[in-house]
Design a protein. Structure first.
Length: 140
């Protein structure tokens, strides 16, 4: 089993555990749901959470953690716009500071990641540690 498949299974089991915990802890609230829009909203939230958690490991494996985090940054902007336009709430300076900190952290990570890749490309592989390279050396 590959790593991303294993992590996707963890997401599926985690969703099942969360459903059981929700029923155990919030049973009274769940019993108050009587209309179809409320039921569909709850099922939609649960299925979108399952889809998100199950698709995260392959996404990270294919595109990397930096791209994953950068794809989540617009969520903060959308939530800020939604709270301003729909709820007419005031923006705390901590929210903007947190947004700046996330962007700064991602920028620093990208800079150090590029430096690490450049540094690693200059290092020759050790044939004792790299089994594929060792096999090529034996053949030639």
């Amino acid at each position: 089993m590959k790593e991303h498949e294993y992590l996707a299974y963890i997401a599926c089991w985690g969703s099942l555990i969360i459903a059981v915990e929700t029923l155990a802890m919030e049973l009274e609230e769940v019993q108050r749901i009587h209309t179809w829009p409320q039921v569909l909203s709850l099922l939609g939230f649960a299925s979108s959470s399952l889809l998100f958690y199950a698709s995260t490991p392959p996404f990270i494996k294919h595109f990397g953690a930096t791209m994953f985090n950068m794809s989540l940054v617009p969520t903060m902007v959308y939530s800020l716009a939604f709270s301003l336009l729909v709820y007419h709430s005031q923006v705390s300076w901590l929210y903007l500071g947190g947004y700046a900190a996330v962007l700064l952290g991602l920028s620093l990570y990208c800079l150090t990641d590029k430096a690490r890749k450049t540094h690693n490309s200059l290092i020759l592989p050790d044939p004792l540690l790299d089994k594929e390279l060792a096999r090529e050396c034996e053949v030639s």
